[in-house]
Each structure stands twice: as C-alpha cells, then as structure tokens.
Ligand binder design. Structure first.
Ligand SMILES: [Zn+2]
Length: 472
C-alpha cells in the first residue's frame, strides 16, 4: 500500500524543508509540496511535527551470553522498544566467546533475529580468536553481508584478543575492505587493578571505575590506532568515555589514520557518582568503560557537536536487578551494561538539541546518517531521499514525559535514566513504508524487520603504488 506523510518539516543531516513524502513499495518515490494521495493511500498528518530519517543504533547487544548469564531482551522486545524510541535499524554485536566456533556463533545470532525483529538490523562480527579456521570463516561471514568486525582489547581470556590476534584481524580487515570496531581498554592493567582493589577489601560498585581508569582506556585507544596505522585498516572506537581517550583518537585522526569515534548515551548524561550509589543502585550503573568523572561530560558534548565524536550509540545491554546482584560481594562479578536503545533519540534530542548543546542536523547525522555511511547502510538508510527505504520518524516536539522502568518496553526491571524528563518523542514510525508505531504504542508487525546485507567499503591507502610512480 502507498503511504503519504503530509505537511511535516523534513530534517536531515544537511537540510530542513517543509514537504510531503510519498512512499510506494517500501521506498520513497517522491518528495515535494502538495503531493496527491491516489485512492487507497494511507495518509499520516505530520503538520506541526518534524520528520527525521529512521535512526540507526550502531551498537547494541540483544542475544548476549556474558559473565555466566544472558542479557534480558529478545529480538522481539528489543526491536519493539527500538521502534517506539525512533530507532529503525540497529547493528547487533554478534559475540561468540573465545572458546566457541565463529561461524556457528554467527548462525546462532542470525537465527535468533530472523523472523523475530520488528525493525531492520545488521551485525558486527566479533573476532574473539584468530587462527586459520577462523580466518576462513570470517571471509565467509563478510561474503554473507556482514562487513564489519568487532574486537575487544578488554575481557582477557573471554572475548579479548591478544595483540598478535589484533594484528592479523586488522590485516584481514584491510584486505577485505571491512571496518573493525574496537572496545579499547588494556586488559592486563584492568585484571591487575581488579585483583589489587579486591585484595584491599574494596569490593563495592564504586571501585569499578578505579579498576579501569581513564588512562587504561586512553592506552587501549592509542594502541588500537597504532595497529590501524601499521596495517592500513579502518577502525571505529566504540563507547569512548573520557577526555584522555578522545585525545588519543584525535591524535590518530590528525596523523591520517582511518579512525572513527562512537560515544554512547550513558556517557553524555551520567557520571561516576551513579555507580557510587549504595548497593544495587550503584550496580545498575556498572558498565565498561565505566561512567566517568563529570568534568568529561561537557567535553564529550562539544566533541560531538564538532564531529570529533562521529556517532552516538547505546551499547544497549539489559541485565536486571537479580543479575546485577551476582556481584554484590565483588564488583568484578557485576554483569556490565545498561539499557538505552529505547531512550537514545528522545534523551539526545532533549539534552542535546533542546538544551542547545547539539545542532539539530548534527543530531540527525550522529544518530542516523553517519552510522549509516560508516557501516554501508547509506543511502538506503540514514537519509530522506527519493530511492531510500521509507524508514521515517514523525517527531512530536510538544510531547512531555518522564523516563521510567514502569512504562518502558525494554525487557528489564530498571532504567538507568529513571526520572529523566523528555521533551519530544516519535509520533509515527515506519519501517520501509509500514507504520509500526503510533504515539508510544506498537501497532505493527513483529516480523517486519530484515537483515540488511552490507558491502565492504574500506581499502588501505595505495602508498606503495604511488611511491613507485614517483620513483619513475
Ligand atoms: Zn558493547
């Protein structure tokens, strides 16, 4: 069926115009003033509202075995929550552990998602071990349309890779034209500092941050950049949390390293005092990298506005209260992570755009267009243009509400942003032309989503060839 979005103000990464959007067969086929609706067209009245391209969350965990338990969402609960919050595509981390077979893991993750997602999705393939068998499997996985890797420099002996494995992964990524996303912390330093703190009887969640200080993240970021530089691969730092790590990333960008930076929702709005709260309240705010000293927050906002931070993801990772309590006597046993998929758009709009720290076009860019471009989803996703998928968010800027676990759709018994006011929310959300959400209510098809296959797009600079031309 055809769909007409009428009278809204279309806001993309570059422009702001009042126009109608006509959709046929899942695709935007016309944009202009006063478009006609042929008989049978579904019409959405967007007068007085903004129309954004569907938002893309470049970093989520749905199926996640971690620290002896599983994150709480299923693809059904997560994709519904995503759509209600305006996110129409997410990229899930496919994370088999070091002891598992990469290809088997990939099939497991794909099977969990297939037919069970209300929004579109893609995967980053975690490389948690590197040997000849894994290499052959990674080539197959990239051919299947998963054109990005994930490596962990943290989580020694579980997800983490050695420097040797990192080198070989990046060599392969450069050859295949695949971008590698990285969790940048020094695993050995974290392990040693954890043992030291526990030996001193420091067991509460407030000791999580001191066990992975800012310098440990800066070291991981700088090391990742150095490995990119030496292999010619393209890289993307996930969930960058603090000024020293940002400086390391910017240094690398200035050297011409193909390095991009993501920060995630919690680090823009919360600081380490949340993890220092007594008992389980503190445990709810344990994630890695940890929430930081609040002096970092204004710096992250200005880096986001200027584009030094490229994208905003969530690292959505819902563990409930009972799971968090696994670490009540030892902070190293608290499952790491916090939900955010449902709230990213509304919170970044409210505390960024409305409060004046983030330009509205940069907001669309960081939460939709740039993740789309960096991960090969653009121009199908990440913009409003003729020929693009009709993933649209009609946004009600007059809405006023409060974030609460009692009203959320994410499958969890708490929300890390409990009590935060929001000033705006999606009024209508479509996936490829089908209305899936109206005013906070899911009204669509739970099996609407499909996997978006992506092509490799990063190749190392041809330094050697240019050199030989000059030599002649
Ligand atoms: Zn993550």
């Amino acid at each position: 069926m055809a769909l007409l979005i009428k009278g809204g103000e279309i806001v993309t990464a570059e422009s702001r115009t009042r126009a109608d959007i006509f959709v046929e067969n899942e695709t935007i086929t016309a944009i202009g003033a006063g478009l006609d609706a042929p008989a049978g067209t579904e019409v959405v009245d967007a007068r007085g509202k903004l129309v954004f391209p569907g938002f893309i969350d470049p970093h989520v965990h749905i199926h996640l075995p971690f620290m002896a338990t599983f994150a709480k969402d299923t693809h059904a609960t997560a994709s519904k929550a995503a759509l209600i919050g305006g996110t129409t595509t997410f990229i899930e981390m496919c994370c088999p552990s070091r002891n598992e077979d990469a290809l088997e893991g990939y099939h497991t993750w794909k099977q969990k998602a297939e037919g069970n997602s209300a929004c579109d999705y893609a995967f980053h393939m975690a490389v948690t071990r590197y040997d000849a068998r894994t290499e052959a499997q990674l080539r197959e996985i990239v051919r299947d349309g998963t054109a990005s890797f994930k490596v962990f420099l943290a989580y020694k002996n579980f997800f983490g890779v050695t420097d040797e494995e990192l080198f070989h992964t990046l060599k392969l990524a450069a050859e295949l034209g695949v971008i590698t996303t990285a969790h940048c912390e020094n695993a050995e330093l974290v392990a040693q500092l954890q043992q030291q703190l526990l030996a001193e009887g420091k067991t509460g969640p407030e000791w999580h941050e001191p066990s992975r200080p800012e310098a440990v993240e800066a070291e991981g970021t700088a090391r990742f950049a150095t490995f990119l530089e030496q292999t010619g691969a393209a890289g993307y730092v996930v969930h960058l949390s603090c000024a020293p790590a940002l400086r390391a990333a910017v240094e690398a960008k200035l050297r011409g390293v193909q390095l991009y930076v993501e920060s995630v929702l919690p680090h823009f709005l919360l600081d380490k005092s949340f993890a220092g709260r007594a008992g389980v309240e503190g445990m709810k705010h344990v994630m890695s990298p940890p929430l930081r000293d609040k002096r970092n927050l204004p710096l992250l906002w200005s880096a986001l506005q200027s584009g030094l931070i490229d994208t905003v993801g969530t690292d959505h990772c819902p563990f409930d209260t009972e799971q968090k309590l696994l670490g009540k006597n030892d902070f190293t046993q608290i499952p790491n992570g916090i939900p955010g998929l449902e709230d990213r758009v509304n919170l970044m709009y409210t505390y960024g755009v409305k409060r004046g720290s983030l330009d509205i076009h940069r907001f669309v860019d960081a939460l939709s267009t740039r993740p789309g471009r960096l991960f090969g989803l653009f121009p199908r996703k990440g913009t409003i243009a003729v020929g693009a998928d009709a993933d649209l968010v009609v946004y009600d800027t007059d809405y006023r509400g409060t974030i609460s676990a009692a009203t959320q759709h994410t499958n969890n018994d708490y929300n890390g942003f409990e009590g935060f006011a929001i000033e705006g929310r999606p009024s209508v959300v479509t996936i490829r032309g089908k209305v899936q959400v109206r005013d906070g209510v899911f009204v669509g098809n739970l099996a609407r989503g499909c996997m978006i296959r992506r092509e490799p797009q990063y190749y190392p600079k041809q330094a050697a060839q240019e050199g030989s031309i000059h030599a002649r």
